[in-house]
Design a protein around this ligand. Structure first.
Ligand code: GLC
Ligand code: MG
Length: 684
């Protein structure tokens, strides 16, 4: 496969990139080069070209060389655009038209056209869209960072800054036009992009970047680093709660000092080690860092934490592995209390070095902790919760070992070679277009967790069985969000569903003709929006004592989720009824509480899909295992309960008509479908 990357910013070259040389010679160039190098190693690729701008400048002569061969397969091609000079990213929109012309001409002169274009950053997407108009070559898009997120962080409307307005417009084009958008985390896919007009979650796929963790795996302590910490501490041998972050408000280190300062038990069991950047004179720090640092010192004083907290003044970049090793050797915990963490590279590094985690539930850490099982997620605004999580890891037998073992999986899960394999599989699939059947004869909708997945052998059997079921459309219905569902389905190599009912029936996605991306069902969104006052429901439930919300990524436009038992569910019901707010409440696994629009449920969603396909009830099968499947099993005639059910499903009053399989998980599903197909209605 021949893939052409477009990246217009910074000082890009094949080797020895001078990171930091200009403000735009940073993370996204690093990402691009790591990606193409991994692609270079994958036999699936046979040609890789990076098209970038050619410019003359004192920054270096390399950037004026039209072609740089990086490897046998890989070339950097530099094309002249309107301006001959180096330009910062804010000025690049003026180059889009001229660069596109040059690129179209370059492609036309090649013996073979690229199969796919990959645009990096908004301005490159604007180019890719023009190239597609002219040559019909589809493109995928990686944003690297988003204009709207930046505008929000600056606290200004994007219209105030013309370059930002251009960037956001280009990002809208990218979202509307790209065959697929590649995101690094669920947070990016589900929260950051959600503010765009052209947002459709099904068109975005989460493909976490690799990270080079080898030097953290090999992390050893260093006497100089140990001494820089120990000089603060009364009992330096105690476990260390280690935080490593620049002293900026978003990193929220103050919450950790408060958590520690307010918990005598935590102070008795552990020291706190804050590695908050490097400073010569505190007053020379800029960008609010001096203020943040001063706040931390005030908190340490207020809680009288002398002898218990270390905050080394400086460390070298290559000391970082030794800092993790310091905490590991003392049986410590790595804590990241950031208000939002877009990806969470330090979590992977700490895991590779052998530390369990306590991490913010906002942003990338969700994905990492779910994938690796390497720690606990906390609400970063809840110091007591942070303290509780740290104490659990320090005291609960076996927990620490389990999280450390989980952390060992991190390196394998976040590896560029693995990324390249998945990336090429997606690009190949986009090219091969296995369109879903629009007139199936039957429909099977399965819950995911503990029904479709949960038993590897069962899923293997299902895969085979499924491939032999001509005319049977296969879909899933799950409590998970689209990207959370996609993550587990891809991880388990499940057959690709042609319909995905997600977030407990409140969202429906249909597989596109390209066989890879999905489109949200807008009609369903309109249906469930009727009679739903999300903010009112949220406000009322915010007053229910002890009702704990699930993480921010579990809160969806048409689903509010909490933790709670059956008694809590009754209290929530009472409170909503008293307020006259319409909502349905779904309780499952004895601990999840989902509050949904009155019209949304897995059951009503399946019926919507059934009607779309024009199928009769006798040609629809549904399968599930737990409380959040009841609404689906109750209203469908051919309902399958797998043997490993929970929430007393088999004896549930409303489910007397269902078939309780002898086999568990996916085998139970196969058994159930076979059972119903033998019934007289099918025989006739
Ligand atoms: C999934 C969702 C969660 C929901 C639960 C039960 O675990 O992620 O938000 O509460 O399913 O429906
Ligand atoms: Mg389930």
């Amino acid at each position: 496969m021949f893939v052409l990357h477009i990246a217009l910013q910074g000082c890009l070259r094949g080797d020895d990139v001078a990171y930091g040389l200009t403000a735009d010679t940073g993370g996204h160039i690093r990402y691009l080069l790591d990606l193409v190098r991994a692609c270079d190693r994958d036999p699936a690729s046979d040609r890789i070209v990076i098209a970038t701008r050619l410019f003359e400048s004192a920054l270096g002569a390399d950037y004026a060389v039209p072609e740089e061969a990086v490897s046998d397969k890989m070339t950097i091609v530099r094309l002249a655009s309107a301006s001959p000079d180096y330009l910062p990213k804010e000025a690049l929109h003026g180059e889009v038209a001229s660069f596109s012309e040059a690129l179209v001409a370059w492609i036309a002169a090649q013996p073979m056209r690229p199969a796919m274009i990959h645009a990096h950053y908004a301005d490159a997407a604007a180019v890719a869209a023009l190239v597609e108009d002219r040559l019909g070559i589809p493109f995928v898009f990686t944003a690297h960072s988003l204009g709207r997120v930046k505008a929000r962080a600056m606290g200004r409307p994007p219209t105030d800054t013309p370059s930002l307005a251009h960037r956001i417009a280009a990002e809208e084009t990218a979202l509307a036009r790209a065959a697929l958008v590649i995101a690094s985390s669920r947070d990016e896919a589900e929260v950051q992009y959600a503010t765009y007009a052209a947002y459709d979650p099904g068109r975005i796929r989460v493909l976490p970047p690799g990270s080079d963790l080898a030097r953290f795996h090999a992390a050893r302590t260093c006497p100089r680093v140990d001494a820089s910490i120990d000089r603060f501490l009364r009992e330096p041998g105690k476990p260390a709660l280690l935080a490593l972050a620049r002293p900026v408000a978003r990193k929220n280190l103050a919450a950790l000092v408060t958590a520690y300062g307010e918990s005598p038990e935590l102070q008795a069991r552990a020291n706190l080690v804050l590695v908050a950047g490097t400073r010569d004179d505190l007053d020379d720090l800029d960008g609010g860092m001096a203020e943040t640092m001063r706040d931390l010192l005030v908190l340490i004083d207020r809680h009288d934490l002398y002898g218990l907290v270390a905050y080394p003044k400086t460390h070298r970049p290559d000391d970082v592995p030794a800092l993790y090793a310091y905490a590991r050797e003392r049986g410590g915990v790595f804590v990241n209390p950031a208000l939002n963490e877009p990806f969470g590279l330090t979590l992977l590094e700490a895991s590779a070095a052998g530390l369990p985690l306590v991490a913010t539930d906002s942003g990338g850490p969700n994905d990492i902790v779910e994938t690796c099982g390497n720690g606990l997620l906390v609400d970063p605004r809840d110091p007591a919760g942070i303290a509780r999580a740290c104490l659990r890891i320090l005291t609960e037998p076996g927990l620490r070992d389990r999280y450390v073992a989980g952390g060992e999986r991190a390196a394998a899960a976040y590896d560029w070679d693995r990324h390249a394999l998945r990336y090429h599989a997606l690009l190949r699939a986009l090219g091969a277009a296995e369109a879903p059947s629009s007139h199936p004869r039957q429909l099977l909708i399965c819950d995911i967790d503990n029904t479709l997945v949960g038993c590897d052998a069962g899923l293997t059997a299902f895969r085979l069985w499924r491939s032999e079921q001509e005319g049977l459309a296969f879909g899933v219905a799950t409590g998970r969000s689209f990207h959370s569902a996609m993550a587990i389905l891809e991880q388990q190599a499940s057959p690709r569903p042609q319909v995905m009912i997600t977030s407990v029936g409140s969202e429906i996605y249909h597989l596109d003709a390209n066989g890879v991306s999905y489109t949200a069902d807008r009609a369903w969104r309109d249906t469930v929006s009727r009679g739903w006052s999300r903010e009112d429901v949220r406000a009322v439930l915010g007053q229910v004592p002890d009702l704990v919300p699930q993480g921010p990524l579990e809160q969806r436009p048409h689903k509010l989720s909490y933790f709670g038992d059956a008694a809590t569910a009754r209290r929530v019901r009472g409170r909503l009824d008293a307020s006259g707010l319409a909502a349905s409440i779904i309780h499952s696994h004895g601990r999840y509480l989902d509050v949904l629009p009155p019209a949304a449920s897995k059951g009503t969603a399946v019926d919507h899909v059934r009607a779309l396909y024009g199928l009769t009830e006798g040609n629809v099968f549904v399968a599930g295992d737990s409380g959040n499947d009841v609404e689906m099993l109750r209203v469908r005639r051919q309902a399958i309960i797998v043997a490993n059910f929970s929430d007393d499903l088999a004896t549930h009053a409303a489910l007397g008509h269902s078939y309780v399989a002898r086999a568990s998980h996916a085998r139970g599903v196969i058994e159930g479908v076979a059972h119903f197909r033998k019934m007289p209605v099918h025989a006739g």
